[in-house]
Design a protein around this ligand. Sequence first.
Ligand SMILES: Cc1cc2nc3c(=O)[nH]c(=O)nc-3n(C[C@H](O)[C@H](O)[C@H](O)COP(=O)(O)OP(=O)(O)OC[C@H]3O[C@@H](n4cnc5c(N)ncnc54)[C@H](O)[C@@H]3O)c2cc1C
Length: 270
Amino acid sequence: MKPVDFDYVKPTTLAAAVDLLATGAGSAKAVAGAQSLGPMLNLRLVQPDLLVDVTDIPELLEIRDERDRIVIGAGVTHARIEDANGGERTRAVLAEIASGIAYRAVRNRGTIGGSLAHADPAADWFVCTAALGAEFLLAGIVGRRTVPADAFVVGGFETMLAPDELIVEISVPRLSARARWAYYKVCRKKGEFAEASAAVLMDETRGVNRCVIGATSGRPLVIENRLPFSGSASDAAVADALSSTALATDPVAIQMHSVAVRRAIAAAMA
Ligand SMILES: Cc1cc2nc3c(=O)[nH]c(=O)nc-3n(C[C@H](O)[C@H](O)[C@H](O)COP(=O)(O)OP(=O)(O)OC[C@H]3O[C@@H](n4cnc5c(N)ncnc54)[C@H](O)[C@@H]3O)c2cc1C
C-alpha cells in the first residue's frame, strides 16, 4: 500500500514548524527520521494532509554540555548520540542506550525526539530517560513547557503532546560519581525491540532509587524506593516490588520483567 497524498514542507525555524502544525489542526504531522512514521504512512495508519519535516531546525540538532546536565536536541539521531560518547559517564550511558537501538542504518536516521513522540511501549528511550530523571522541553503555539520524562507517555503510542507541539530538547541530569545505573532489555538479539525491559538507577548522592519497566502494553511503570540494590536482588524482593504495578495479574509478564529487573540490578552493581 502507498500513503495518501500529502503536502511536504521543511521549515528552518521552530516557530515556523509550530505555526504549520497549529494551522494544520491535527491534519499536519511532524516527521523526523521517518523510521516509524514511514511504515505508518505506507499502511495508511496515519493519513496527514501535510508533513512538516523538522530535520533542518538548528535548535533541534544541538547536543549541549551544561554543568549538571546534558541537553540533547529532539532531532539528534541515535547514531550521533552513540558517537558522542567522549568518555564522560552520562554521555557513555546515553551512547550505550543508543547503540542498542535497531541497527546502524536505522540509527543514522531515527531521532531521540521521534522515538519519544512515537511512544512505542517496546522502545528504549522513554524507559531510560524516565529512569534517568530527564525532562523534556516542548514548544507549541501557546508557548513552551517542561515536562518530566516519567509523565510524558500516557499510554501505548500516546503522549501528552498537543497536535501543535514539538519536543525541542531532552535534558538529562548528570550521574554522580557513585551512581549505579543499568538498562537491560529482553530480546532475541541485540538491537531488537524489547519483549521486557528495565532501567535502574541508584544514586545515593541525589537520593534516587528508581526502576522503570518498559515493554508493558501501556505507559512505563515507575517503581521508586522499593528495590533492594544489592549484588543479587532476590526473586521475592523483585516480585514484591512488581506486585504493586499493573503487571501483577499477568504471570508471564511478571516473569519476563522480573528477569529484566534482576539482570539490570546485577549489571548496575557489578
Ligand atoms: C527496523 C527497525 C527497528 C527498530 N528497533 C528499535 C529498537 O530496538 N528500539 C527502539 O527504541 N526503537 C526502534 N526502532 C524505532 C526507531 O528508534 C525510530 O527511529 C524511532 O521510533 C522514530 O524516530 P524517527 O526520528 O524516525 O521519527 P519519525 O518516524 O519521523 O516520527 C515518529 C513520530 O514522532 C513524531 N515526531 C518526530 N519528531 C518529533 C518532535 N521533535 N516533536 C514531536 N513529535 C515528533 C512524528 O510526528 C511521528 O508521530 C526501530 C525502527 C526500525 C525501522
